[in-house]
Structures are given as structure tokens and as C-alpha cells.
Design a protein around this ligand. Sequence first.
Ligand code: M6R
Length: 604
Amino acid sequence: MCGIIGHIGTGNALETLLTGLENLEYRGYDSAGIAVQNGSGIAVQKRSGKVDELKNSIGDRHIEGNVGIGHTRWSTHGPPTDENAHPHTDDTADVAVVHNGIIENYADLKSWLRERGHEFTSDTDTEVIPHLIQYYLDAGMANEAAFRRAIDELEGSYAVTAMLDGEHVLYAARQGSPLVVGVEDDEFFLASDVPAFLEYTDTVVYLEDGDVAIVDEDGVEFTDLAGESITREPETVEWDPEQAGKGEYDHFMLKEIYEQPTSLAQAIEGRIDPENGRIALEDFPSGTFEGVGNVQLIACGTSYHAALYGSLALNQAGIRATALLANEYSVTAPPVDDETLVIAVTQSGETADTLNALRQATAAGADTLTVTNVVGSTAAREADDTLFIRAGPEIGVAATKTFSSQAVMLTLLAQRIAADTCGEPPADLTSLLPDLSRMPAQLESMLVTDDAARIADRYRDSQSYFFIGRGLGYPVALEGALKFKEITYEHAEGFASGELKHGPLALVTPNTPVFAVFTGDEDEKTLKNAEEAQTRGAPVIAICPDDHRAVEVADRHIAIPATDSELAGLFANVQLQLVSYHAANQLDRPIDKPRNLAKSVTVE
Ligand code: M6R
């Protein structure tokens, strides 16, 4: 989820590119760069850090030209260094490229190009693109043909914008990552997202998957990858530039909830093979976890709930695993032996409590692994290994899309660990993986329903809100309650459904709606627990598929798609995120920045 900007116009492109990058910083902000046709070649300037650091590094350097491209990066391959920042060029710096997405076959392409004498300077997947274009140029192809041919070789997802020395043309292609052209008289813009250029134009043309756009000073030509002309109609966007970072959404939290089909697709891309029932986690080939006898997962807040989800998935796969609050670890850590793997789960990779626990585990001699969203974060650097969840920047203080991606990655990791230690994956991967690959599309369909908004409205004046679940539904219940209290400031509690009768039932009244999560883990028992609350007057809201028996019993129902029991809770969690969001919105709470809280808690 990086940001792309490109500009061809009458004035100097540099200023437009830098403004565009600042407008896009919410998409990624660990490094930035620009490339401009400078009269005597392509001038490239790039830096790790924020756009301000790029600006400072440009200083008095004379960069002037009316064609250019820029990029703000959210690392997926390689740490946030100057070398890994975009734009990337070929050996001769005649081709400059910016790219969003993931090139799945980059390793094969890189070694193929190396065998033909190409040298690489970065760890990125992107760098193969300018080298491929150059390869086909050297083979005698015309510029446009070389661009198309190189794009045709890419597998994975991409939004690519390229510029070749000596001509005033921008080439763009889209497959799975957004790309949009902005048009204003004789000024043309290319961007991953409209906010990049909204102060210059509100007339836009969206590229669709498989489209190529060729932009010069006279206009834009759209074709398919084979070069056949296609028509794409311009549209007018009606956004206030101030709001544009949130796109059409009122809050980042809502935007991030709605990004989950994309962030999940990105998390699993290239990592599962549903047809053959295989999981391929890039840095963890078969055998990596052979010596693991027990797993401790350490985390805080929402990440702790994801860790709990992961620990249950591990337990169900036959591995001894415990989720532990990182801030309790210094006093309650179970013993570590040479078979212990400690997994730090942290979106930011900077949470002080989690870092301290990770350091304690390292000092005790455990093998360590971090599951995080942030390449180059402290937890990623300090652990022995890292698994990135690739959710893209999360701006809202309330974690949403990162929970889903963490839980999915831990579910896959559990199967990989179990396969290494038990000899074969214990779950039926031929059922789980196809369901997982369907998940982004199912989420997309679920997100257009309004069940959650209606329920939030129906129970808006309640006194307390309870969330219950069993098995993998339990961490989802805890997370549902945390989200609710965090952004509504209303009282909310999550319980294992069987615990309700051991105390909390005393609090149940007609004013305490009970949200019951059904995941397929002994649902009959959860239903019985929900009925115990219902008998005491509490309204019960069942989160389950339409044909579930709980629908007949509950007072209300929020629908989730039918899926594998390892994934059902994640759909329920998204619905509960929406319930919290709509409840908080009705109360006019500052949803993206709840009182007293911070996105990254760097103190103990
Ligand atoms: O960056 P981390 O995942 O380590 O953060 C942990 C918690 O601070 C975080 O999940 C917090 O609970 C969220 N605000 C919850 O929405």
C-alpha cells in the first residue's frame, strides 16, 4: 500500500510530485523518491524516512523537467533504506519505475536477468521491472513494446508507472493495485489514489485490471496488454481535498475496515496454493520449525487477541502454545527451553511492553519470531525471524485490518509449524485454503450489508454490552469488547461463553445486549449460554451464517458467510468492528483518535 504519483505538464514536475507525495503519505511513509526527465537524463532522488527528508535531501540540487514520477513506500521486500526506496532504475538509468503491489515471480526474474549480466542494487521485487524493460529495449524492441512485454512477464499484483529517457511519455499498467489518471487541460497525472492530485484536477479515469495507459503531452491512450485500444470514460470526483486521505469515508477506521478484502488478499498472496493444499511462507521453508516443542505468543491489546487466536489454532493443530500478555511476561513467563519458540505479535513493531518481553525471551535463549506489519520496525529487527502481515498503513488508533491479517498469518503459521513437528499438516488444508482464498471476495460481499449499522442503532441506549464466544470465537469476543469500549467509551466486556454463568450473569439485564459469536466450535453450548442470558431478559444478537440454528433463537442476527471454522470468527470480528464503529459514530466520538490512547504505545 505505497503511493504513486506521476506528472506530465507544462511546468516543472518536481513541485507537483512532492505535493502528491505529501498527499499520499498516509499510504506509506518509510521512504520516498522522485525521478524527473532533467534535459540530460533521468534525475533520481530518494531517501528513507518521510517526504520531508526527501525534500531536504534535494536541497539545492537542480532538478527541472516537465515529466516525472514519485513514490512513497510501505516496505514489503527489504527494509526501508535509501537503496530500497523507489524509483528504481536499470543499470544505465535510462528507465525509471515506481510500483505498488507484490511481484510474486521476482526471484525467478532476478536470477534470469542476472544470468544475462544485469546487476541489482536493492532487495526489492520492483527492481526487476526497469531491468526487464531495458532487456527488451536492448533486444531491439520499441519503447512501448518493451514496456508491454516486461509487464506481461510479471506475476502477482501491481500498479506500475515507468518513464524512459529521452521521451516525454509515462507508461502505466494495473493488475490488482489501484491506478488512476487525472486530466486537466494539458496537464496529466497518474496516481495510486485520487488525493495525490486533487488540488489540480477532479477529472479522473480509473484503470481496470489488465489496462495499460500511455500518457504524453497530447493526451492519454488506453489499451489492453496486447495493445488493443480500449475506452475508459472520465469521471468527476466530488471530494474535499482536506478529507481526501480518507477517500469516500468519514474516518480512517471505516476506510481500514473496508480495506480488509484487499489487505487480506495481500497477506495471503503467493503464500497459499489452494489447489494443492500447500502453504509457502517465504522465509520458512519446510523443516524450519522441526525442533519446536512449544510456542509462547507475546502481545498487547488487539495483537494479544490475535495472539490468543493463533495459540488456539496451534493447540487445535496439536502444538503446545500459550498466548501471554507482554506486560505480564516479566513476572509470569513460563520456563523457556531449547524447544521454545517465542512469537511477538505486534502491528507497529514498536510497543514497549512487547519489545521488553521479546528481549527477555531472547536473553532466556528462546528462538524468536516477530509477526508485524512494519518492515524495519524494532521488533522485526530484534527477532531471529519475521513474518510480515502486509496490511498496509493503519492510521486509526483502533486496530482493525491488522487484527484480521495477524490472525490469518498466525493460522497459516500454525499449520506450517504443525506440519514440521507432526510430519503433516493436521488440518484439512484442501478445505481451509480454498476457503481462505475466497475470503477477500466474501468479505467484499459482506461489507455491503447493513446488519451491523442496524444493530448499533437498535441497541444504542444500552447500559453495557457483552460479547461471548467459544474456541476461536473467544478471542473474537474479547476483541469485539475492546473495540467497542475503545471507541464508544461505553462499558463492554468479552467472555468465554461458558464463563457467563460463573459470575457475569449477575450483571445481565434487558439493558445488556449479548453479542454471541458462533464459529462452529461447540456452537450448541454457546447457544445454550446465550439462552441463559436471554432468559434473564438480555437481548441476544447472534453472529453466524443465515442458516444457523442460532438465528431462530436469538433476538437479532448479524450474518456472516458460511466458511471453515478456522475463519468464521474473522468474519464475525469484521461485523463487530462495524457495530463498534456505527455505535461510536452515533455518539459522535472522535473515532480515529479515542481519548487517552495512542497508536503506538512506546512506554511501559
Ligand atoms: O502495535 P501493537 O500491535 O503492538 O499494539 C498493541 C496495542 O497497543 C494495540 O493493539 C491497541 O490495543 C489498539 N489500540 C487496539 O485497537
